[in-house]
Design a protein around this ligand. Structure first.
Ligand SMILES: CC(C)C(=O)/C=C/C(C(=O)O)=C(/O)C(=O)O
Ligand SMILES: [Fe+2]
Length: 301
């Protein structure tokens, strides 16, 4: 099976790109790279050209998630595997690759949720390092989806996409993209609707979490949950809402797995204490907004 480097970027649809650009630049602390002539806005928290893209849309939500493979050979292996398994990978046009500042790129549709998943191995490397404004963001950490048919979606990620389950909690699962060491780059939470749960950015120290809480409070940005500590990855978390009500998370610390002889996935007890060891409760708005831009019609019948 093919090997990943990391979760590379997330693309969101937003109702007001200007407003959201200010939010992700000033409040979240990503670096705004450019807004192009189509009104598409690119941000980074690394030397990658982008780790977040905002697309103007009437329907806010999640558009796609991009995964970076280890190298060109692994990318080709993934392509062949997808063809063999009838997943109909679609190559992104040269024009769009240029717009994305990426090399060869192709996409498939996750058949249970309709979410588009993208695969690439090269993205423009920016010469100047990402300089934190206020929060020492280390990387785009993970994306979590609310999922109706969670069992089939987990099966798809593990059997077709070479993800490994790090932990189960009831029907939910946290998955890492092999051999990336982080406890999860993706997670699937059982729900009555397929939609975004949250997008995570990992931060360098606990002060980033405490300072963020005060910055968010002082700016009247809704807090959705935390600060607290998650049981699955042991991270200290803080969730807040973007201008369209989508949930963003900062987290500090995360269990890392070796490539070989990694521990098996645990079956964690479904309890509020598992979600937050510190006993906090999420707000009703937590993980509630973020329509998946449906691409199921692209799947060949
Ligand atoms: C509140 C959610 C369901 C939860 O339990 C989260 C756990 C973790 C973690 O252990 O790090 C997440 O970050 C996550 O689900 O994204
Ligand atoms: Fe998370």
């Amino acid at each position: 099976m093919f090997r990943y480097k990391k979760i590379g970027y997330v693309a969101l649809n937003v109702s007001d790109v200007e407003k959201s650009t200010e939010f992700y630049d000033q409040m979240v602390g990503l670096q705004h790279v450019e807004t192009n002539e189509k009104g598409i806005s690119f941000f980074r928290c690394s030397n990658d050209h982008h780790n977040l893209i905002l697309y103007p849309s009437q329907e806010p939500g999640i558009k796609r998630v991009g995964f970076q493979l280890e190298n060109d050979k692994q990318l080709e292996l993934a392509y062949q595997e997808f063809v063999k398994n009838g997943l109909n990978p679609r190559e992104v046009s040269q024009e769009e690759q240029k717009e994305l500042k990426q090399g060869r790129t192709f996409r498939i549709v996750e058949p249970n949720t309709g979410l588009e998943l993208e695969f690439y191995s090269k993205m423009m490397h920016m010469i100047k390092n990402f300089v934190p404004k206020h929060t020492k963001i280390q990387r785009l950490g993970h994306v979590v989806l609310n999922t109706v048919d969670v069992d089939s979606t987990i099966k798809f990620f593990t059997e077709q996409l070479n993800f490994i389950v790090s932990d189960h909690l009831g029907e939910n699962a946290w998955l890492r993209c092999f051999p990336n060491p982080y406890h999860h780059s993706f997670a699937l939470i059982k729900n009555t609707e397929n939609k975004l749960h949250h997008v995570n950015f990992m931060v360098e120290d606990i002060d980033d979490i405490g300072i963020a809480r005060n910055r968010v409070l002082n700016s009247d940005v809704p807090i959705a949950f935390g600060p607290g500590r998650h049981e699955p990855s042991e991270s200290i978390f803080f969730y807040f809402l973007d201008p369209d009500g989508m949930t963003m998370e900062y987290s500090f610390g995360m269990e890392e797995f070796p490539e070989e002889n990694a521990r098996d996935a645990r079956l964690l007890e479904p309890s509020p204490w598992t979600l937050d060891r510190w006993g906090g409760k999420p707000s009703p708005e937590f993980a509630s907004k973020g329509k998946i831009e449906e691409k199921l019609s692209l799947i060949e019948k």
